[in-house]
Design a protein around this ligand. Structure first.
Ligand code: VGL
Ligand code: ZN
Length: 198
């Protein structure tokens, strides 16, 4: 078994003080640093939106953050502006150890389509190449940590399992924005065969 760790969206905007902060999101960083040496391969994802991205409430008239709309026939939650390419909010925090990170997969770059998973956008139009890269590295098991637990971590885990990887979410390495949404999503993921390690 070759095991990979995927660190999802540990970026300043998702940390306390950021524009789309995950409560206590900063608490996972030291542990994620500590566990990286246990893996054969470590990758990170980076939410990386152009200004005016379709997922920003500010890109739509009369909309507020957390309103729900439809984009190209898919439900879309509208967010505060976050992780805009080249801004400090999109950067990884200095405390996150990137030394062992072999590759960074950026997502959410299409102005018209949002992307939660590190593998595919929400419309499933484009792949980031993460699955093929992991397979090329002969990875068969992936462990997922990062932010936010019920959004980008959950979508990444679902796609990892669907791509045929033995998949686990590392609960010590993740935090949610909404605990109730997380618990609901967790039940669905467990049904899809995804493990949760506490
Ligand atoms: C995320 C909302 C919008 C995340 C990214 O990383 O969980 N959430 N973009
Ligand atoms: Zn985003």
């Amino acid at each position: 078994m070759q095991k990979a760790l995927i660190i999802v969206d540990i970026q300043n905007d998702f940390l306390p003080g950021g524009s789309l902060a995950v409560p206590s999101g900063n608490e996972v960083i030291a542990w994620i640093n500590e566990i990286q040496p246990r893996y054969d391969l470590v990758a990170a994802t980076q939410d990386w939106h152009p200004p005016g991205h379709v997922s920003f409430a500010s890109s739509h008239e009369d909309k507020e953050p957390f309103d729900k709309i439809e984009v190209h026939g898919h439900p879309q939650v509208l967010w505060p502006e976050h992780c805009v390419q080249g801004t400090p909010g999109a950067e990884f925090p200095a405390e996150l150890d990137l030394q062992q990170v072999a590759a960074i997969f950026r997502k959410g770059m299409d102005p018209e389509v949002d992307s939660y998973s590190g593998f595919f956008d929400l419309g499933r139009r484009q792949s980031t190449g993460l699955a093929d890269w992991l397979k090329g590295m002969e990875i068969d098991e992936v462990h997922i940590c990062g932010l936010a637990a019920e959004i980008c971590v959950a979508y990444t885990a679902r796609d990892a399992a669907e791509q045929g990887f033995a998949t686990a979410v590392l609960e010590r390495g993740t935090r949610s924005i909404d605990q109730k949404d997380y618990e609901q999503g967790k039940a669905d993921l467990e049904e899809a065969g995804i493990q949760f390690f506490s």
